[in-house]
Design a protein around this ligand. Structure first.
Ligand SMILES: Cc1cc2nc3c(=O)[nH]c(=O)nc-3n(C[C@H](O)[C@H](O)[C@H](O)COP(=O)(O)OP(=O)(O)OC[C@H]3O[C@@H](n4cnc5c(N)ncnc54)[C@H](O)[C@@H]3O)c2cc1C
Length: 423
């Protein structure tokens, strides 16, 4: 196994705040380009949103959350605490502004515009991931299995066919259409009588905790320092630069500072002197023992807003998007709902042996685009956050962009739409 990653040498040091998948990817590229890298985290390594997600690396997911129907869905959810997409109204000026800015972007023109930018970073990330997995032989249950969108009803099939046509016509994302009568032959885990499915063959999936863990171990072997339980508290600045970070474990100095702080990023706004409008978008998953008749493919059920991932040694159901602040509860009704959602589709939708019940806060921006680039007016500070529902899929290209931006090189894709300056 080739775990020796360093390609270049600089005399510069970099500190990354946040050890989720985005922080890990930034550490990979910075280390590869010769930086002396330290990663700090207020919690343990990759224990937050990057831990229990569905594991899809999905270039087919180009359409953002800011789409024309999202506002109606959000308003209806004020009165339904079981809605998969739920907004709990709050009288916080920052939250009201976030929602207002989000609402303004829920139109077809801005949806297509955001999708074009997402497409380029999704495609780039898939190329980078393939290279990283191959180069380091990361044993993370990577499967080039594609991803299915499965529809229960004929009207659901008709509606999704329109989305599929949009994806093909505007973005060249093609799917294979599978009629309902052929589904059980395609995967015997399906119940008979479903309307059909669309199969996006270019997608892949991993076991996220294995990817994080193996990648982090490789980086550590290559000299990256990881410090757990180390919370950034204050930023010391002088003459347009960060000089040091004050943390719960003392002062840390470096030449460059990357903030990959996920859903917590807004808390840095006052320290960094710029707007970072990121709201936590809470989702849940349950991981169980594999059913005897386990699906062969990862799949989404758009009519019930739930996803299924068949790991080698486990089986995960995940879903929900709640705008409820940093709420740490895992309500039993949400877990029941998750289990129930897969029932119409699968012969064995769940098993009784639960391995993990989990929630994570997605870092949501109001325009559905990540925030990647230099902090305005701070020469040596960079943001790598706001990856919304696609942080795993986008992490590799984010790391590559961060090192290009730090080294003042032309970026491999146009990253202007991701700039922190846009706020
Ligand atoms: C149910 C669910 C399913 C999902 N499925 C997918 C999927 O299939 N594919 C996909 O691409 N994405 C998926 N996502 C989204 C994805 O999980 C996130 O976008 C991604 O994990 C964000 O990564 P991150 O590194 O930015 O954040 P995190 O993993 O949350 O990491 C941020 C880190 O910063 C640390 N931190 C914050 N503030 C400080 C501070 N002051 N000092 C020190 N450390 C700090 C935190 O402790 C944390 O460890 C899913 C999300 C959910 C909830």
């Amino acid at each position: 196994m080739n775990t020796n990653l360093q390609m270049e040498s600089t005399n510069e040091s970099a500190v990354i705040v946040g050890s989720g998948i985005v922080g890990i990817a930034c550490a990979h590229y910075l280390m590869k380009h010769g930086f002396d890298v330290t990663v700090i985290d207020q919690s343990s390594i990759a224990s937050q949103c990057s831990h229990g997600n569905l594991g899809y690396i999905c270039p087919s997911h180009v359409l953002p959350l800011t789409e024309p129907a999202a506002i109606g869905t959000a308003i209806k959810s004020f009165f339904d605490r079981n809605a998969p997409f739920r907004v709990k109204p709050r009288l916080s000026p920052a939250f009201c502004n976030w929602m207002w800015q989000f609402a303004r972007r829920c139109n077809r023109r801005q949806m297509l515009d955001a999708a074009a930018h997402l497409k380029s970073i999704l495609d780039s990330s898939m190329i980078e991931y393939r290279e990283i997995i191959r180069e380091q032989s990361l044993d993370c249950e990577w499967h080039d299995s594609g991803l299915l969108h499965v529809l229960e009803t004929n009207s659901g099939m008709r509606d999704f066919a329109e989305t599929d046509k949009l994806l093909a016509d505007q973005f060249g994302v093609e799917a294979q259409r599978i009629e309902g009568k052929d589904l059980t032959e395609f995967d015997p885990a399906f119940r008979p009588g479903l309307a059909g499915a669309f199969y996006y063959e270019g997608d892949a999936f991993v076991r996220p905790d294995l990817l994080n863990g193996r990648w982090y171990q490789n980086l550590k072997r290559n000299g990256v320092t990881f410090i757990e339980d180390c919370k950034l508290t204050t930023v010391e600045k002088k003459a347009g630069q960060i000089k040091s970070l004050q943390t719960s474990q003392g002062k840390i100095k470096a030449d460059r500072f990357v903030f990959a702080t996920g859903a917590w990023s807004t808390q840095l706004s006052s320290h960094l002197g710029c707007r970072i409008p990121v709201e936590p978008g809470k989702g849940y998953s349950i991981t169980m023992k594999r059913p005897d008749l386990c699906p062969k493919y990862p799949m989404l059920f758009p009519e019930h807003n739930v996803g299924v991932t068949p790991f080698d040694r486990g089986y995960r159901l995940g879903s929900m998007m709640e705008f409820v602040g940093f709420d740490t509860s895992i309500p039993e009704r949400r877990i029941r709902q998750l289990r129930k959602s897969a029932q119409p589709y699968l012969v064995e939708p769940f098993t009784e042996e639960i391995q993990e019940t989990w929630y994570g806060w997605r870092p949501m921006t109001w325009d559905s685009l990540p925030i990647i680039g230099q902090v305005p007016r701070l020469d040596n500070a960079y943001l790598a956050t706001g990856h919304n529902m696609l942080g795993l899929s986008l992490a590799a290209a984010t790391g590559k962009l961060i090192v290009e931006i730090i080294q003042d090189k032309p970026t491999h894709i146009d990253s202007s739409a991701f700039s922190p300056e846009r706020f």
